[in-house]
Ligand binder design. Structure first.
Ligand code: SF4
Ligand code: SF4
Length: 222
């Protein structure tokens, strides 16, 4: 009888342990599903690269474009660069007493894309493009000479093999799929171009108001 009781107690203890484990497992499962359901309400952030690409922001600082014909070899870009990166290869022509530019290069393996050189170049021969795909197997191939720098940038919107996507932050509330959103649908945040247009309109209105006030003042003084 004692043996049967102890056997029974052991069985009940195991059942209790099993039940406890089953309850814990159900709790963890519910927590996991809670995270899943929470994500179902969020906006998608996955971009099927390289078939889909996000359109870079308008002020994106990507690979630098350089125009050889505009460069006067002044080396301002070298002086303002935090690491003196651009290499301006020029010689002095003794007859004309003018600099003759031979080559120009920037090593994008070391460049931090700060944009100082672009900002200070007196002839605007440097500009930042939206090109960001600069990965290479050999870091030395990132040292672009004036021919490589003069190549026009690739654009996400003009590449027929790529589906361009707008920045996900501009999607309207509740929209799950950014891929099928009509271009004219109202967005959560204003696009930079819309903000610029609004500021320009405000400035024009301000100028018009000022002109009206000036003409009124003139009339009253007459
Ligand atoms: S600052 Fe501009 S013009 Fe002067 S060397 Fe550099 S790229 Fe050429
Ligand atoms: S972007 Fe900045 S780091 Fe790169 S070359 Fe220009 S100044 Fe130098």
């Amino acid at each position: 009888m004692v043996a049967v009781n102890s056997h029974m107690l052991g069985f009940l203890k195991k059942v209790a342990e099993y039940t406890q484990e089953a309850v814990s497992a159900a709790k963890y499962l519910a927590q996991g599903l809670g995270v899943t359901f929470d994500h179902m309400k969020r906006r998608p952030v996955t971009v099927q690269y390289p078939y889909e690409k996000l359109i870079p922001s308008e002020r994106y600082r990507g690979r630098i474009h350089y125009e050889f014909d505009k460069c006067i070899a002044c080396e301002v870009c070298v002086r303002v660069c935090p690491i003196n990166l651009p290499v301006v290869d020029w010689v002095m022509n003794k007859e004309t007493k003018k600099k003759e530019l031979r080559n120009y290069s920037i090593d994008f393996g070391a460049c931090i894309f700060c944009g100082n050189c672009v900002e200070y170049c007196p002839t605007n021969c440097l500009s930042m493009t939206e090109e960001y795909e600069l990965s290479a197997f050999d870091r030395h191939s990132l040292n672009y000479d004036n021919v490589a720098l003069g190549r026009l940038p690739t654009s996400v919107t003009s590449d027929p093999s790529v589906k361009p996507l707008r920045e996900l932050a501009y999607l309207p509330k509740g929209v799950m799929d950014p891929h099928e959103l009509p271009a004219n649908k109202k967005r959560t945040g204003s696009l930079p171009i819309d903000i610029v247009k609004k500021l320009q309109k405000e400035k024009v209105d301000e100028n018009n108001n000022q002109t009206d006030m000036d003409s009124k003042n003139l009339n009253s003084s007459d």
